[in-house]
Design a protein around this ligand. Structure first.
Ligand code: DGL
Length: 291
């Protein structure tokens, strides 16, 4: 995943311009917590609001209008909560809707996309595996990344059917999950891949499982830290970075589902004891129909 920045956005009349306002982070579900982890490490003084749209996960098997409608609805909800910037911590939502959101929300915006460029830069065998959702892999944005940055590398692209669902139920190591993951990684290894792009923010939670299968044969490209640094640059450029003297505040977590998996995953993998607030964010169905 790499950072996707909006070009020099000016906050509109209704948008906050207060550096102490929170940053909104959202994903179809729990995957964006891997981005939140990086944002907390890079920007420990920022207040964060995280929304998991777990009621509607996975997005990777939804149609484009649905994904745009959900991204807009959640983005607007976060702006209504006072968010000064938005991180779309979902490759699938970024692929389908970042341009649309950028036109409509006048706050700094960061998206994520598969790390094709860093992978092409490090691969020695010139064969790179990509695991991402089907929607991301078939998107024009992803094709454009390959056209621009693949160079002489061969990219072996594999939709990770079933992996988002496994992470959503906090399954990162069951025999079934390991067998599924192995069936995705083996053809890449057999093709000579030495690098693996994690093109979905849920997949960093499978890094130990990937290591158990591939050992040291795959260099894993996860750009969540690059996303956090891009957010830092954008906040700085907009004079919205919370001063380092500000006290660290625990993030607020919301889920459109019951939030139990989110609480478990955060406790086991991020070592954050969180309470998760339930939120209903209705779809913007009228707009979705016109897309
Ligand atoms: N974390 C999302 C991504 O990065 C998962 C998409 C999905 O819900 O299928 O693409």
């Amino acid at each position: 995943m790499s950072a996707v920045a909006a070009p020099s956005l000016q906050p509109n009349a209704g948008a906050p311009s207060d550096a102490s306002a929170p940053v909104g982070i959202f994903d179809s579900g729990l995957g964006g917590l891997s981005v939140l982890r990086a944002v907390r490490a890079v920007l420990p003084h920022e207040r964060l609001i995280y929304v998991a749209d777990s009621l509607h996960a996975p997005y990777g098997e939804r149609d484009d209008a649905f994904i745009v409608g959900r991204t807009m609805a959640i983005g607007e909800w976060l702006v209504a909560q006072g968010a000064k910037a938005l991180v779309v911590a979902c490759n699938t939502a970024t692929a389908q809707s970042i341009a649309h959101v950028r036109e409509r929300l006048a706050i700094p915006l960061v998206g994520v996309e598969p790390g094709v460029k860093p992978a092409a830069a490090v691969s020695k065998s010139r064969v790179v595996g990509v695991l991402a959702t089907q929607v991301t892999l078939r998107s024009a944005r992803f094709q454009s990344l390959l056209d621009r940055y693949a160079g002489d590398c061969r990219f072996v692209c594999q939709p990770g059917h079933g992996l988002v669902q496994a992470v959503e139920r906090c399954d990162t190591s069951s025999p079934e999950l390991m067998a599924l993951l192995e069936s995705y990684l083996k053809p890449m290894l057999d093709a000579g891949a030495d690098t693996l792009v994690l093109g979905c923010t849920h997949y960093p939670f499978l890094d130990r499982a990937i290591r158990d299968i591939a050992g040291e044969r795959l260099h894993i490209v996860d750009t969540s830290v690059a996303v956090a640094r891009q957010l830092e640059r954008l906040l700085g450029a907009s004079a919205l970075k919370n001063p380092d003297a500000s006290p660290a505040v625990a993030p607020r977590f919301f889920s459109t589902a019951d939030g139990e998996s989110q609480r478990q995953l955060a406790a086991s993998l991020l070592r954050i004891e969180m309470s998760v607030e339930h939120v209903d964010i209705p779809a913007r169905s009228a707009e979705s129909r016109t897309l």
